[in-house]
Design a protein around this ligand. Structure first.
Ligand SMILES: [Zn+2]
Length: 489
């Protein structure tokens, strides 16, 4: 067990407790707050000391000292303030971004240095690690979505997008919080080799992949999509005749008209996996899905996927992200229809504003998986791990399972427009990052993009991801399974 001591009891203490609670779960390490260092300490393996001055106390315990800065500085951060620490130690994250740091004296053994100035930022001795980076403030900035609360621009759907970021876009490319969790855990285990840690994932799997499908359209093919797959430049099939033949085959395949539910759930069953299908229950906006929840086809689709162990989640309509009362009704409809509680959801078009957080709570959702980017892959919350959401003032009773990777981001002409081979290189980077941090990668493959006769390689790509995770000893799970596991452990 790790004891943590907050030197500042009035300023930023609640936020620090919140961050340490999230980091504790991400490390599988039990944390307990220590209020008075002069009293006899409970049985802890090491002490994490967070404050403005290097501790001078004499305790017979390994200590990690983490410098604290004034968090009010978050208001004025610019891209220039995003710095990076680097290390050559092979078992630690090689690079981690930071936003806040302080000048503190360092010890003889350097561990991390600033990439540009080469100033030593983290150093160690036998029983002490000193860290000039304010890890707690940096993590809070990400987990509480400080950056997007400060952004003034929004797109036509009132969404935050990466180019609107006051501190630039590079911060979203790596999971900053996950890398700090990995680093801290390694350092704690070095200082206190007998520290007990709990498994992060079931059966001691080293990382996890959460599978989900937004159900936006029932027939697989549209005219735009047909034109796209017939183009030579993005197809795995060089021969135009083969592309045309495969498209005709796909159009003739009954699954194409039935939502692919049977194909997808069977495919996942082969990998001993299950997924969450997000269904919409009403149509409120012209861009909301148009299928009817009570149609025979949807009814059968829901039955098939549930029979194979998959879950049903709520896909909130576009207006439900901004107008009160809608999401509650949509959730009630879906629950009535499937005669089950719906624990989680994801907004259609990933619509999210500052008000949405309250609307999710009003609808009594237990988890959300909206927080990703609609035009990019990446780490909008600085993490792939599930974490408790925070509105900037206080933690809210809702688990976020952040969305990192979405098929449409990779394949659409209006977004990244990558061939399956190019997309795999992006996907593999996220998979390796997740494995290295023992974290979670949540993906969304739209049910309409996952069909049995694959013309442009994206269905095969999905199987390839599942295969990679199995080969690398990862856990394949639905979002409900992730929610259950994370809240019980
Ligand atoms: Zn959708």
């Amino acid at each position: 067990m790790i004891g943590f001591f907050l030197q500042e009891k009035m300023t930023f203490a609640k936020q620090a407790r919140y961050v340490l609670q999230q980091l504790g779960k991400m490390m599988g390490v039990k944390m307990i707050e220590i209020n008075d260092l002069s009293e006899r300490l409970p049985l802890v393996d090491a002490l994490l000391f967070y404050g403005r001055s290097v501790p001078t106390i004499d305790v017979d315990l390994p200590i990690i000292y983490c410098a604290q800065v004034n968090y009010a500085g978050a208001a004025g951060l610019t891209p220039h303030d995003v710095r990076t620490i680097v290390t050559a130690q092979p078992d630690l994250p090689a690079k981690i971004s930071y936003l806040f740091s302080s000048d503190i004296p360092q010890q003889q053994n350097p561990l991390y240095a600033d990439e540009k100035t080469l100033d030593v930022m983290i150093s160690w001795s036998e029983k002490k690690v000193q860290c000039a980076v304010d890890i707690i403030s940096t993590c809070f900035y990400f987990l509480s979505l400080e950056n997007e609360r400060r952004a003034t621009d929004r797109d036509v759907f009132h969404r935050f997008q990466r180019p609107f970021s006051p501190v630039g876009e590079v911060v979203y490319e790596s999971p900053v919080v996950d890398r700090y969790a990995k680093m801290l855990k390694k350092l704690l285990l070095q200082l206190a080799p007998h520290l007990q840690t709990s498994p992060l994932w079931p059966d001691n799997k080293s990382f996890a992949l959460a599978l989900s499908h937004d159900v936006d359209r029932i027939p697989t093919w549209t005219i735009t999509k047909m034109k796209r797959v017939l183009r030579a430049d993005h197809s795995p099939y060089a021969n135009a005749l083969i592309r045309t033949f495969r498209l005709a085959q796909s159009l003739a395949c009954p699954e194409n008209w039935l939502g692919n539910f049977n194909f997808i759930s069977r495919l996942e069953q082969r990998f001993d996996a299950a997924s969450t299908f997000f269904f919409i229950s009403r149509h409120r906006h012209e861009l909301d899905p148009k299928y009817k929840m009570n149609s025979q086809l949807i009814r059968q689709g829901m039955e098939i996927v549930q029979k194979r162990g998959c879950d049903i989640g709520l896909h909130g309509t576009i207006p439900s992200a901004t107008e009160s009362g809608f999401l509650e009704l949509e959730k009630e409809d879906l629950e009535f229809f499937i005669d089950k509680d719906i624990p989680g959801g994801r907004q259609h078009y990933l619509c999210y504003t500052h008000d949405t957080l309250q609307l999710w709570q009003d609808a009594k959702l237990k988890y959300d998986s909206t927080l990703g980017f609609s035009n990019h892959t990446g780490y909008r919350c600085g993490t792939g791990f599930p974490f408790q959401l925070h509105d900037g003032e206080r933690p809210v009773p809702l688990l976020e399972i952040p969305l990192i990777l979405m098929d449409t981001v990779l394949l659409l002409e209006s977004k990244q427009f990558l061939s399956a081979a190019e997309a795999w290189r992006v996907i593999e980077k996220h998979l390796e990052e997740t494995r290295d941090n023992n974290s979670l990668l949540t993906i969304n493959w739209h049910s309409s993009e996952l069909h049995p006769v694959d013309v442009y390689g994206y269905s095969l790509l999905y199987s390839k991801i599942l295969g990679w995770v199995q080969e690398n000893d990862g856990w394949l799970a639905s979002l409900n399974q992730v929610y259950d596991w994370w809240t019980l452990r």
